[in-house]
Design a protein around this ligand. Structure first.
Ligand code: G6P
Length: 612
């Protein structure tokens, strides 16, 4: 949550800050602000989105070769102008932007107040900037030393961009638990919460470790630890195509990302299938495969959509590899007293690789001695760096706040893991593996077919149901997590209340809600429980509910019963969630756009939740 960006170089800072902030808006959009160091350091900040800030700045002066910027997802203090970043220290020596939460901010604020400091905002951030300044003035130390000493007293998570007005040729940056990337350009250095914010300027980047203070000048980059040791920066090259972070001809990133799924799922398995003999390889798990195969139990951790993918993983791994699996919300796991045994393996799933609860849960599991693996999308993010091994999903950058293509790529990886484990345990024959791989290779084409043949149908359905207040989503087996995901997509982007339920649980509560105004989306491609779900649909119809059913193309029974059917191609049981979820994504998308909602930036949400 919150995005930070910064520039120092021989060019102008302003355009870099604004384009960077626009790319980071998915991280929060409660307010935006910049500080530009020209003759003096000028701050512009505004409640609302980056475009509101740009309108506000209009023709005010923005010249300067050093600057920092921020887009906010409010935690401490309302989303208003005064709480917007950047924050300036009381005597004006330091200005900074912050992504994260300072946990001991109250205590520090009290101490600074007792020493005469006055605060303009309610933020935890203003405490850091004043603490740095206090140490700087009191100790007569350099800016570097003041920052190091202040952060040693700070508990919490931060990604910081810092300007010291007495050192106008230097930009400081540091992270702990929040993401940060440093870009190296021609006579220019960049900082950002995420690489897409600076990718149009440079592909050469450094990912600092926690508490490495990065000191940047136009032609220089040095790293010092809080203990004042020098560290050599490790330079990485970003390979991604810039087109991946543009909207192209699509009206929204979310729609673009839904339509990218044939390609993104293909990218997920591409390079992991070898033809002769036909087999699966997950290179990142190679070393830990024996441990995983022998695991007493696999505990899957995640939040939001990643947790839903984990539930599908549970069904698949238990069904095919017969290893017990538990799926936990990372936010619960981190504060419970979970039993973690030495032969348990933890699998953390995260699109961003930065979700604070998931990171904290990983650390807890590591402290208990567990082997922790990751399934992540963002290369170089914190989770892959904090886990012993793992798999990248390679879905490409996901910008829409509501996750779509990251989900199908996570499910693809989990399906591959389930099959690989089943094979290693002798529970899957080579022939069965071949059949699975062949069908996996057909998935992109089948996804494409759904997108081409059902988009318009779902748009028409959305028109019909866009004004209802409630939706119910039902599924059985591994379509139950798909129902949860469908309901989440709808509620997060359209603000319609929606619930996902295992279809058979309907009679223990939700059935009371059903009347002629209640649309019920039933995910019912043919599987072992098809007859059961037919009965559930009859129960809904008996109470006059409106049934929208996702069925296979050869379906006849439900087609007769439901009010509307959306037909998708058949595939194997293991792979069917990948197809069934697409109509649900499209339905949510069309309903939300028809209701005038901002689907890429839904209210109160952010994509990368780096606070608890
Ligand atoms: C936020 C996003 C969701 C995402 C969840 C977990 O809530 O809006 O789309 O599923 O965080 O994020 P992660 O990056 O860990 O998958």
């Amino acid at each position: 949550m919150c995005g930070i960006v910064g520039y120092i170089g021989t060019g102008e800072a302003y355009p870099v800050l604004i384009s960077g902030l626009k790319r980071l808006e998915y991280r929060g959009y409660d307010s935006a602000g910049i500080a530009i160091a020209g003759k003096t350091v000028t701050l512009y900040k505004r409640k609302g989105k980056v475009n509101d800030l740009v309108d506000y700045i209009d023709s005010r002066p923005v010249a300067g070769h050093l600057g920092i910027g921020h887009t906010r997802w409010a935690t401490h203090g309302e989303p208003d102008d005064k709480n917007a970043h950047p924050h300036r220290s009381m005597n004006g020596h330091f200005i900074l932007v912050h992504n994260g939460i300072i946990e001991n901010h109250r205590r520090l604020r009290e101490r600074l107040t007792a020493r005469g400091y006055r605060f303009r905002s309610e933020t935890d951030t203003e405490v850091i900037v004043n603490l740095i300044e206090y140490i700087y003035l009191k100790g007569h130390v350099s800016a570097t030393t003041a920052i190091r000493l202040a952060l040693k007293k700070t508990i919490g998570a931060y990604g910081l961009g810092i300007i010291c007005t007495d050192e106008p040729d230097t930009l400081f940056a540091i992270r702990k638990g929040s993401p940060l990337v440093i870009g190296i350009g021609e006579h220019a250095r960049y900082i950002a919460s995420d690489a897409p914010a600076i990718m149009e300027y440079t592909r050469k980047v450094v990912y600092p470790e926690d508490d490495e203070l990065v000191i940047l000048r136009p032609d220089d980059l040095t790293i010092r630890t809080l203990e004042n040791e020098f560290h050599e920066p490790e330079i990485n090259i970003i390979e991604q195509d810039i087109g991946n972070i543009e909207k192209g001809d699509f009206p929204h990133y979310m729609l673009k990302e839904i339509f990218e799924q044939p390609a993104s799922v293909h990218d997920t398995f591409r390079g992991r299938i070898s033809e002769k003999p036909l087999s699966l390889h997950l290179g990142g798990l190679f070393q830990v495969l024996p441990k995983l195969t022998k695991a007493d139990r696999i505990i899957i951790l995640g939040c939001g959509t990643s947790w839903h993918a984990g539930l599908i993983g549970e069904y698949l791994i238990e069904e095919y590899a017969r290893i017990p699996v538990e799926v936990e919300y990372a936010s619960e796991f981190r504060y419970r007293h979970p039993v973690i045994r030495k032969d348990d393996v933890i699998l953390a799933i995260s699109q961003s690789g930065e979700t604070a609860d998931t990171l904290a849960a990983i650390r807890k599991a590591k402290e208990a001695g567990a082997v922790v693996l990751g399934i992540c999308n963002v290369v170089g993010s914190s989770i892959p760096r904090e886990t012993v091994a793992g798999v990248y999903t390679h879905a490409g950058p996901e910008i829409g706040v509501a996750s779509t293509k990251a989900f199908t790529s996570q499910v693809t990886i989990l399906t591959m893991i389930a099959m690989l484990l089943a094979l290693k345990k002798g529970l899957l024959t080579r022939q069965q593996l071949h059949a699975f791989i062949q069908e996996l290779q057909n998935i992109p084409e089948k996804m494409q077919y759904i997108l081409e043949h059902n988009n318009e149908r779902l748009r028409i359905l959305a028109e019909k149901y866009k004004d209802v207040n409630n939706f119910l989503y039902l599924g059985r087996g591994n379509f139950f997590p798909v129902a949860l995901e469908g309901a989440l997509k709808l509620k997060e982007i359209s603000y319609i209340h929606a619930e996902g339920y295992p279809a058979a649980e309907m009679k223990h509560g939700p059935i009371a809600l059903i009347d002629e105004n209640m649309p019920v989306v039933v995910i019912a491609p043919k599987d072992d429980t098809y007859d059961k779900i037919v009965s559930n649909i009859r129960e809904i119809k008996a109470r006059k509910g409106k049934v929208i059913a996702i069925v296979n193309e050869d379906d006849d029974v439900i087609t007769q019963l439901a009010d509307h059917v959306v037909k998708i191609p058949s595939t194997s049981m293991a792979l069917s969630p990948l197809l069934a979820v697409i109509p649900l994504q499209l339905l949510a998308y069309h309903i939300a756009t028809m209701r005038g909602c901002n689907v890429d930036q839904p209210r109160n949400l952010a994509k990368s939740v780096t606070v608890e």
